[in-house]
Design a protein around this ligand. Structure first.
Ligand SMILES: Cc1cc2nc3c(=O)[nH]c(=O)nc-3n(C[C@H](O)[C@H](O)[C@H](O)COP(=O)(O)OP(=O)(O)OC[C@H]3O[C@@H](n4cnc5c(N)ncnc54)[C@H](O)[C@@H]3O)c2cc1C
Ligand SMILES: NC(=O)c1ccc[n+]([C@@H]2O[C@H](COP(=O)([O-])OP(=O)(O)OC[C@H]3O[C@@H](n4cnc5c(N)ncnc54)[C@H](OP(=O)(O)O)[C@@H]3O)[C@@H](O)[C@H]2O)c1
Length: 471
């Protein structure tokens, strides 16, 4: 069957009772993994399939639960659509099961015909500049995990800085800057965990400085997310005239790209605003390339050192040699995420992805196909793109998976009971779909008691306990 015809959705496809039943494991229950399962189940194909979806966390949805900012309820609402897929009941879920420790590639080859890795990218990309290890230097991924209540991160966060720098001009940098600049009470109606509200409430922050190494027409963030900054209560937006002396290239980009045009309009409007009344300020510095963090003498960040850059006429920048310093007591590095290697699976260390051809995993040594192993989402393509992109990604991967049928593995025990027995024999306390419903109901009830939509359970053991308690 050809790839494109294989993907024509046909929910009511009459399955031939003599069709072979194949077993597929998907590792990672973020949007990429869930979409891949959904697309495969709806696709026209010449085999029956049963899918087991594993995640290291007790709850599904990946970065939609643990990355998307709590004050973006519309995006968090994508969980409703993902949940509808799971609620159909034709995908088995095993939460709190980590590939690499709780299950291995050997186990998967024994019990499944193929596997799709959809493990995303959860860590910060490295930034190799002096002072990176000083106290007060934080990765955005860590801070995001804290404010979104990820169970594997500390419950407390040191919010003692008055002046803060955020490095990067992507949407994560804006999320981090917004959460830092916002008054805690304005986040209270969201699903932030109680400890996060209490932590943010103590923050003495007055100035958040966002540093972009290129100019306003070369940013990676999007207009909607930028506009939101200008709507924060009691926060002035501060821009600097020296950053708006556009060259010919920048003017061409504004004229030829609607998104950049809107961004420029927003920035120009802010330049005209009266400032000075708010108790907090959010500064946007462009053409400012961080080159180091300065020790305050006690092992803490005392200032950020940066080089003023200038446009190179092609969208890039060149250093001007002019070095500046700005006193800050904390720095958040939002320079992108990076994927992690998975035991037994090829890994491209340079790009932080599983090497692949349109989702078919390739051996690192000779680029030949690693049969039976597929990748989708951020671990396939790198940490860029929106949740919606993981859907088209999954279609491409699933289409190859279907066409590769002849090259799938032949497991020695493909029974559905085998993996359950294996996990139990290893003492793995896994959660399932009913468990997620229990946790969801529990979090909603906690929220209702406080007049909020949801209060997240943060502790992993507590998540598992609530999920698995008899109803
Ligand atoms: C801070 C932040 C905010 C964002 N906000 C938005 C937004 O507002 N709108 C938008 O459209 N996009 C947003 N995005 C992008 C969006 O989150 C991604 O496009 C999307 O989540 C990628 O999906 P994924 O399934 O590939 O990875 P993930 O969502 O990261 O899911 C991967 C899953 O794999 C699991 N996993 C990892 N390793 C293992 C293992 N060894 N064993 C078992 N399970 C494992 C993880 O626990 C996780 O659940 C944001 C991204 C970030 C970082
Ligand atoms: N609300 C939303 O829709 C939302 C929210 C969060 C995330 N997301 C999405 O998630 C994806 C990841 O976002 P992201 O912000 O992590 O990554 P990103 O969009 O790739 O942005 C990374 C930023 O870091 C900068 N950077 C990289 N290395 C640097 C260095 N050494 N020094 C200084 N700056 C450096 C980049 O500058 P250069 O451009 O110069 O390289 C860029 O501005 C994106 O697709 C994003 O749109 C969406």
């Amino acid at each position: 069957m050809h790839a494109s015809s294989a993907l024509h959705a046909d929910k009511h496809h009459e399955r031939d009772s003599v069709m072979t039943k194949l077993r597929l494991a998907i590792i990672g229950a973020g949007p990429a993994g869930i979409y891949a399962a959904d697309i495969l189940l709806k696709a026209e194909r010449e085999f029956d399939v049963s899918i087991d979806l594993f995640d290291q966390l007790p709850a599904p949805y990946g970065l939609v639960r643990y990355g998307v900012a709590p004050d973006h309820p519309r995006i968090k609402g994508i969980i409703t659509a993902l949940r509808e897929v799971l609620d159909r009941g034709d995908i088995r879920i095993f939460g709190n099961v980590r590939y690499g420790t709780d299950i291995t590639l050997d186990d998967l080859q024994k019990h499944y015909n193929a596997v799709i890795f959809a493990t995303g990218a959860v860590h910060d990309a490295a930034l190799g500049i002096p002072g990176i290890d000083l106290e007060g230097s934080y990765g955005a991924a860590e801070f995001v995990s804290w404010y979104d209540g990820h169970p594997d991160y500390p419950r407390t966060w040191p919010l003692d800085a008055e002046q803060v720098a955020v490095i990067g001009n992507g949407n994560v940098a804006l999320d981090v800057a917004r959460v830092l600049a916002k008054h805690a009470d304005d986040l209270l109606p969201t699903e932030i965990p109680g400890n996060v509200y209490e932590g943010l409430k103590t923050s003495p922050v007055t100035d958040v400085h966002v540093f972009g190494r290129r100019g306003p027409t070369s940013v990676k963030f999007t207009p909607l997310e930028l506009r939101e900054l200008g709507e924060l209560r009691d926060v002035d937006m501060i821009l600097y005239d020296e950053d708006f002396d556009y060259d010919e290239h920048a003017r061409e980009v504004i004229a030829g790209n609607k998104q950049v045009l809107v961004i420029d309009r927003v920035l120009q409007q802010w330049r005209q605003r009266e400032v000075g009344q708010a108790s907090r300020r959010l500064h946007l510095h462009f053409y400012a390339k961080p080159i180091g963090f300065v020790d305050d003498g006690e092992g803490r960040v005392g200032a950020i050192r940066y080089e003023r850059t200038a446009p190179d006429g092609q969208g890039g920048v060149i250093g001007t040699g002019e070095i500046r310093e700005l006193p800050v007591q904390a720095v958040y590095r939002a320079v992108g995420y990076f994927g992690s290697p998975l035991p037994g699976i090829p890994f491209d260390k340079r790009h932080g992805v599983i090497p692949n051809h349109e989702g078919q995993v390739l051996h690192t040594k000779d680029n030949t196909q690693f049969y039976g192993v597929y990748a989708t989402g951020w671990i396939k393509r790198g940490p860029v793109g929106l949740i919606g992109h993981t859907k088209s990604d999954a279609m491409e991967t699933v289409s190859h998976l279907i066409n590769d049928l002849g090259n799938w593995w032949t497991p020695s025990d493909p029974s559905e009971a085998a993996i359950v027995e294996l996990l139990r024999s290893r003492g793995v306390e896994y959660t399932n779909l009913d468990g997620w419903h229990n946790l969801d109901a529990h979090e909603l009830a906690l929220g209702e008691a406080e007049g909020r939509t949801r209060v997240k359970v943060v502790d992993r053991d507590e998540m598992v306990r609530v999920s698995n308690r008899p109803q």
